[in-house]
Design a protein around this ligand. Sequence first.
Ligand SMILES: Cc1ncc(COP(=O)(O)O)c(C=O)c1O
Length: 376
Amino acid sequence: MSTFEDYVGSFDIEPGYLNWAAFGPLSPSVRAEVFADADLLGSGRPSSLALVGERIGQAQEYIAELLGVTAEEVTLQPSSTHGLQHALSGVSGAVIASTAEFPSVSLTLERAATASDHAVTPRWITPADGRVTPEVVAAALDDDVTALAVSHVDFRTGYRADLAALRDVLGPDRLLIVDAVQSFGVIDVEHTIADVVVGHGYKWLRAGRGTGFAWFSARARERIAPVLSGITGTTASGLVVDERPPPALSARAYTVSMPDTLAAGRLAIGARDVRDVGVAAIEERLAAQVDAVIETADRHGIAVVSPRERAERAGIVALAPEEPARLAATLANAGVVVTARGDSIRVAPHAGTDADTLALLDEALGSSGRESFIVP
Ligand SMILES: Cc1ncc(COP(=O)(O)O)c(C=O)c1O
């Protein structure tokens, strides 16, 4: 993929898709490569199998490049939740997390506490607006706190946490564990402010499921015991029987078994396409798309409850319409795909969202409340 316009042009789905925060339809390059890799795996030739096996290293390289770290520090995981399981099961002490987090953070922390017989203890916070700000974290800090686990971008409110400010509040000795699912590949941030970053390729990278990853900094590797370490996470290379080698001293310790090479290939291509055009350019275009969605909602008098400031948001616009069920039905009838949950409608464009999609949204938001439903 050479230019930014090529990248934007690769969004080849039907107009109406505004649900990138839930699932990113696979890009043409990801689809093409997975067919090619599947053919190679179907041949049974050792050289072909080895070629597809190289996808693992490629995915680590591209993710590392996007994170600004080394490939050895990046692990491939079946999902981002698996990465969080490695991180949260191995810490000790009190870990601050919001009760309103996506359950990959909150439930995983709760389970880690139980499994560790409370060597890990959640220090729950419940900010009124669900925003994990430096002030809220500062108020929960004491000497027992060893880590903060936080979503970089909240899946519901769309709020983008200020990682640098959170690091300042935590100080250099506590771990900052970041779920970057809703920001990776679309927000240009200094990831090395954190100690652990998890993410996946099935939303903003357009690479499908099975594409989780987790990065562990040197500090994280010192502090997080690899309690879930599996057969790929040992000091040995290759198969070992009749021995039980200890976990590796590298990030590999936080792996369980061989990754799915087809998933690794998809992740590699999704990450490569983002690398080629640059996250900053994607962020800029996405910000303009989000501006357009907010402007449309404002024009139709529908409350926007997600942040309006560019620095506090990413690709999620949360609407709080007066009649959520009615608006959800109108959008669905108009072929506009969003996430409707409770009283909220989550609209999530991507950099490549086209004008037709925004026009469909405009029309649907405008007609909602005006159309009459005929009761037979
Ligand atoms: C913030 C956040 N974290 C984690 C997940 C789940 O990720 P995975 O399916 O890779 O475990 C999601 C899914 O929507 C999410 O929005």
